[in-house]
Design a protein around this ligand. Structure first.
Ligand SMILES: Nc1ncnc2c1ncn2[C@@H]1O[C@H](COP(=O)(O)OP(=O)(O)O)[C@@H](O)[C@H]1O
Ligand SMILES: [Mg+2]
Length: 307
């Protein structure tokens, strides 16, 4: 790839996933909201952009396996820091009568250190044209590290990067509703592109409808706002153009995990490929439609349709 190849990174936490197979046997995988987005972008943008993931891992064999998997899937690993006395967080999927619940062991994960070193963080964002992060990225950080992250994003924007933010509000990761309501707006102001889900925003910010979510993010200075709403239409304001795009029905919904993350990947990739507003929303709907038709938060590589 040439000098002009755009560099894209997502920042956040990827965890070890233990998914039940049968009889107490679990299959190990790796997942996490921002990683799911980066991974799909890596596949959709092969040959067009260099896609990397910024996080911190341990120095153990598990972390090595994850790095090898990233490399095999074409993602750049220069943004992966390694800490000797920590490892990856983990979650386990519990299946009860086809209902899935999630148990997490992530409070001491290496990823929580990702904004502890301002110089390292700034280095990982050097030369990027698009940076994606989420409210989960923010929630796992101690308050001082959130400020470091905001400073790094501001510097990257000064250097020409665009910042994409999916609030992805998970109340269990925050200490209080007040903390959510104080912190998320600071990251909205740090973003050029926002990809919220309406149900989260209604629950924590009291938005009456998706148009109210659009207005709130616009007031924060975001110029590309795409409000996801499950099977309902997407409501967006993109470079001053308001649009509503019906979500195509998905025949067989098998597992909705990662729907929003896959949408983000489809939308952001289409924009990087120069597609227009409506076509890019449709690309998000298409990629998320594919992910909910299969198990897990990633579309199997051989089943993924190109944009
Ligand atoms: N039941 C569904 N039928 C069709 N598309 C869906 C369905 N659920 C989710 N999607 C797609 O996934 C996108 C994100 O879903 P949503 O539930 O809003 O996000 P999240 O996974 O973050 O909660 C939607 O905009 C839509 O394109
Ligand atoms: Mg989401």
């Amino acid at each position: 790839m040439t000098q002009e190849t755009p560099r894209v990174v997502a920042i956040g936490e990827v965890m070890v996933e233990m998914a039940p197979v049968e009889g107490g046997v679990y299959r190990r995988g790796f997942a996490g909201d921002t990683f799911n987005t980066a991974w799909h972008m890596g596949q959709l943008l092969t040959g067009t952009a260099e896609v990397g993931y910024v996080t911190r891992l341990g120095q153990d064999a598990l972390s090595d396996d994850f790095v090898r998997e990233m490399q095999a899937d074409g993602l750049t690993t220069s943004g992966v820091g390694r800490d000797a006395d920590r490892t990856m967080g983990l979650y386990l999927i519990e299946l009860q009568d086809a209902e899935r619940s999630f148990h997490y062991w992530r409070s001491q994960s290496a990823a929580r250190l990702l904004a502890d070193d301002p110089a390292w963080l700034a280095e990982t964002l050097q030369g990027t044209s698009l940076i994606h992060l989420s409210g989960i990225t923010v929630a796992i950080l101690p308050p001082a590290a959130r400020n470091t992250l905001l400073e790094a994003l501001a510097q990257a924007r000064t250097n020409g990067a665009r910042v994409s933010f999916d609030p992805n509000i998970r109340p269990k990761l925050w200490t209080s509703q007040d903390e959510i309501r104080e912190t998320i707006p600071r990251f909205i102001e740090a973003a050029d592109i926002a990809l919220p889900s309406f149900d989260d925003e209604a629950a924590h910010f009291g938005d009456a409808d998706p148009a109210a979510t659009v207005e709130r993010f616009a007031a924060g200075g975001v110029t590309e706002i795409i409000v996801k709403n499950g099977a309902d239409a997407v409501t967006a304001r993109i470079d001053g153009q308001d649009l509503t795009v019906d979500t195509p029905a998905v025949d067989k919904v098998i597992d909705t995990s990662g729907a929003g993350d896959a949408f983000n990947a489809g939308y952001l990739s289409a924009r990087l490929l120069g597609r227009g507003a409506r076509a890019s929303v449709a690309a998000g709907q298409s990629v998320s439609g594919q992910v909910i038709g299969c198990y897990g938060a990633r579309i199997p590589k051989d089943q993924m349709s190109p944009l």
